[in-house]
Design a binder for this molecule. Structure first.
Ligand code: SF4
Length: 447
């Protein structure tokens, strides 16, 4: 959206106090995300009365999910744009500007006209792509770029509202993803991170369960692009983590040896009620194969799903402790209207949910430290992303970066001490000297 606006000549600022039009891109798939989106919208609306902002636009998943309720309950918002309508952002911004010229302010600063662009995603809705002639304006710092390879989801996990928000699964074409990846490398990205609701379906058609995923081929080809970026994929559905994918992650120079496979649970009954794949044996087999190939493994668990009794939670806890995930995130179940789990019996109390989440994450803290300690003494490539401290007690500058085993934003960092100045966005060799619970420390070594 920012790229389209810039191309159309609209100056962009990240400072909300200076913006005449504020766009808030929202998330809306679980309770906490919805609360955060609404409070950000309310915060942004304050700039309409206290600052130079004249129009507020709400974009994204919350809008897609609740357009009518938002229109009714948040009169501060001047325009709404759902996830399928992003290509129309310039038109919307310009309509809002014109409407503002023609509309009167009510005494409390609220506009009288509202513009809405929301439509349902179908199997024919194209994935919103960054066209080659559109500049990409990234909002995240660092030397990496996310590239979306597909949108929507056909998995229909019983707790998940995302398929109803983003629509059925649609894959981008291989060449289009590679072209965009090459552009991002040209813009300075040293690492390309492939994302989608389910990256392992890349190259498949909606409803075509028998087709082969083209994700392994995409990774292999992307790693050979000019500039030889690091290539990483996130959000692999465990049911579609094939030997080909594991071998590609483990054995392709430039492809990060990193498997992110959200499991959500390991208890067979809970998984069936979730409409998810697996049981303890098949999951352990997959994980051992991945670990045997030397991959760093991240997963996500969902606690407090309806019917998860103490024994089922214990099975999850014991499994996670015994395997020892390198990285693990956990969430408490959030009942979402319109999903099968919303009506399921066996609700787990908020208190029990919070206790289970806490117990799991406390355990993982210790596991994470012991997994990190295994890397002490290793000499690894580190992608330098920012200066952490100009000077430290031993002289030299401390930089912050990541290895191929750290995904941006969700994992820890590697702090590297160097006597020589290091280029941001460059890759250096560093010896890991110290492990913290989630982060590592090291120093540069000459090759
Ligand atoms: S695979 Fe992910 S996005 Fe798709 S339904 Fe399941 S949890 Fe939701």
């Amino acid at each position: 959206m920012l790229g389209l606006l810039r191309k159309a000549g609209h100056p962009i600022t990240a400072d909300p106090a200076r913006a005449e039009i504020l766009i808030v891109n929202t998330c809306g798939f679980i309770g906490k995300a919805k609360e955060e989106a609404v409070s950000t919208l309310l915060e942004a609306a304050r700039y309409k009365t206290d600052g130079v902002c004249r129009s507020l636009i709400a974009a994204g998943c919350l809008v897609q999910r609740y357009p009518d309720a938002l229109r009714e309950e948040m009169p501060e918002i001047d325009a709404f744009i759902g996830v399928t309508e992003y290509p129309r952002i310039v038109e919307l911004v310009e309509s809002v500007t014109n409407a503002r010229l023609n509309a009167e302010l009510t005494p409390d600063g609220i506009r009288t006209s509202v513009i809405t662009a929301v439509s349902r995603a179908t199997a024919d809705t194209p994935v919103f792509e960054c066209a080659p002639d559109t500049p990409r304006v990234t909002t995240q710092p660092g030397a990496f770029a996310y590239v979306r390879v597909a949108d929507g989801c056909d998995n229909h996990c019983a707790y998940c509202a995302i398929p109803s928000i983003r629509g059925p699964f649609r894959s981008r074409a291989m060449e289009s993803v590679l072209d965009e990846s090459a552009l991002r490398v040209g813009d300075g990205a040293r690492e390309i991170v492939y994302i989608a609701q389910d990256t392992t379906r890349f190259g498949m058609k909606s409803g075509d369960g028998a087709a082969r995923s083209r994700l392994p081929l995409l990774l292999r080809r992307a790693a050979r692009l000019p500039g030889e970026p690091w290539v990483r994929t996130l959000y692999c559905h465990p049911a579609r983590v094939t030997d080909d994918l594991l071998d590609t992650l483990a054995g392709t120079p430039g492809v990060c040896p990193y498997l992110d496979a959200p499991l959500q649970h390991v208890d067979r009954d809970v998984l069936r009620r979730m409409n998810r794949w697996g049981d303890p044996d098949s999951i352990m087999k997959l994980l051992e194969k991945a670990r045997g190939l030397g991959l760093t493994i991240r997963t996500t668990f969902l606690v407090g799903f309806p019917g998860e009794d103490e024994a089922a939670f214990r099975r999850l806890y014991d499994f996670a402790e015994a395997f020892g995930f390198d990285r693990m995130g956990a969430f408490a179940f959030s009942p979402e209207e319109g999903t099968p789990a919303y009506e399921m019996p066996g609700a787990v109390s908020d208190r029990a949910c919070a206790d289970r989440l806490d117990a799991l994450m406390r355990m993982q803290r210790g596991v994470s430290l012991s997994r990190n300690k295994l890397r002490i003494g290793n000499v690894e490539d580190v992608l330098i992303e920012r200066i952490a401290a100009d000077r430290n007690s031993r002289g030299g500058v401390v930089y912050e970066g990541r290895g191929a085993r750290e995904a941006p934003e969700s994992d820890g960092v590697i702090r590297v001490r160097s006597a020589e100045p290091l280029a941001l966005g460059g890759v250096v060799r560093a010896r890991i000297t110290r492990a913290r619970h989630y982060d590592l420390e090291g120093e540069t070594v000459s090759i």
